[in-house]
Design a protein around this ligand. Structure first.
Ligand code: PEP
Ligand code: MG
Length: 325
């Protein structure tokens, strides 16, 4: 089987009925590019920049960040690279910021909330990203967006830094797409309003599931509630994708669900445009998608969202994929 998958390394991802989807990789550092290439990713769907800030005693400088972003953009040779701005807090701590202890870190001062408050940190990162933009196909994504205002504020900061760099004579890319993670239910619910303002969405199911089900993703006692196939999650995913498409925008997914064998048929059927996963899952997913028909999966997804439980959804998907094999 692995030998079969390996043959797909330079292929596009096309379904049995001729529909193209993009299979991208999640990375944490420029060193991950080796695996990205070996597994034939069509882009980077999530560059988690937290790792630049972790395992050290001080913030990374603009130069350090520029070097890392440039390496990834150049390494991808014009393929899309979605870089997520700093998503610290929750399960990812930065001791040197001396942030006060919180009762509910997953519901607390993290990610874009922190960046909009500690703007020096945010602006340094944005400048490094903008300067690196000329070396490839950069897309910038903000994490943990809960309100349209947060997106507008973050975008305004980005535009300010863009204008400053321009006036300093720095070369910048003219077309940097700007998107958001959809990982908070409030944002999924009004995705139609966001879709008018953003260039793309990337659904972060790792957090979207925990916030929708109110089940801490790190807590074993409530892990039974962490249900990717719950119809509530599928309906939110559908709303987000449809809202984007209505405005001519694209939707990706960069949570674990995007690489899940059972979820892939449903996500294809719901119209997902880009699946971003760990590089080692890409060839297997490509092989699977080649055998799926998008129109059949549309029917499957339409039925799945009418079912009442996650178990019923799983049963339905298994029945349909067994029939196809
Ligand atoms: C997510 O929440 O789905 C996601 C991709 O982000 P992280 O796992 O880094 O929170
Ligand atoms: Mg997240």
């Amino acid at each position: 089987q692995r030998a079969e998958w390996a043959k797909l390394v330079n292929e596009q991802t096309v379904t049995a009925d001729g529909h193209h989807v993009e299979l991208a990789a999640n990375i944490g550092t420029p060193e991950d590019l080796k695996g990205v290439k070996a597994n034939g990713a069509e882009g980077i769907g999530l560059y988690r920049t937290e790792f630049l800030y972790m395992g050290r005693d001080t913030l990374p400088t603009e130069e350090e960040q520029f070097t890392a972003y440039k390496a990834v953009l150049e390494g991808m040779k014009g393929k899309p690279v979605v870089v997520r701005t700093l998503d610290i807090g929750g399960d990812k701590e930065l001791p040197y910021l001396n942030l006060p202890h919180e009762m509910n870190p997953f519901l607390g001062f993290r990610a874009i909330r922190l960046c909009l408050e500690e703007q020096d940190i945010f602006r340094t990162q944005l400048r490094a990203l903008l300067r690196a933009s000329v070396y490839g196909n950069l897309k910038i994504m903000f994490p943990m967006i809960a309100t349209v205002n947060e997106f507008r504020e973050a975008k305004a900061v980005l535009l300010e830094e863009h204008a400053k760099l321009e006036s300093e004579g720095t070369a910048l890319s003219e077309n940097i797409e700007l998107g958001i993670m959809v990982e908070i239910p409030s944002t999924a619910v009004i995705a139609d309003l966001f879709a008018k303002e953003v260039d793309f969405f990337s659904i972060g199911t790792n957090d979207l599931i925990q916030y929708t089900m109110a089940a801490d993703r790190m807590n074993e006692r409530v892990s039974y509630l962490y249900q990717p196939y719950n119809p509530s999650i599928l309906r939110l995913v559908k709303m987000v994708i449809e809202a984007a498409h209505k405005e001519g925008k694209w939707t990706g997914m960069c949570g674990e669900m995007a690489g899940d064998e059972l979820a892939i048929p449903l996500l294809l059927g719901l119209g997902l445009d880009e699946f971003s996963m760990s590089a080692t899952s890409i060839l297997k997913a490509r092989a699977q998608l080649k055998h799926l028909s998008k129109s059949d999966m549309e029917a499957l997804a339409a039925e799945a969202i009418t079912l009442s439980t996650a178990a019923e959804v799983v049963e339905r998907v298994q029945a349909s994929t067994q029939k196809n094999n």
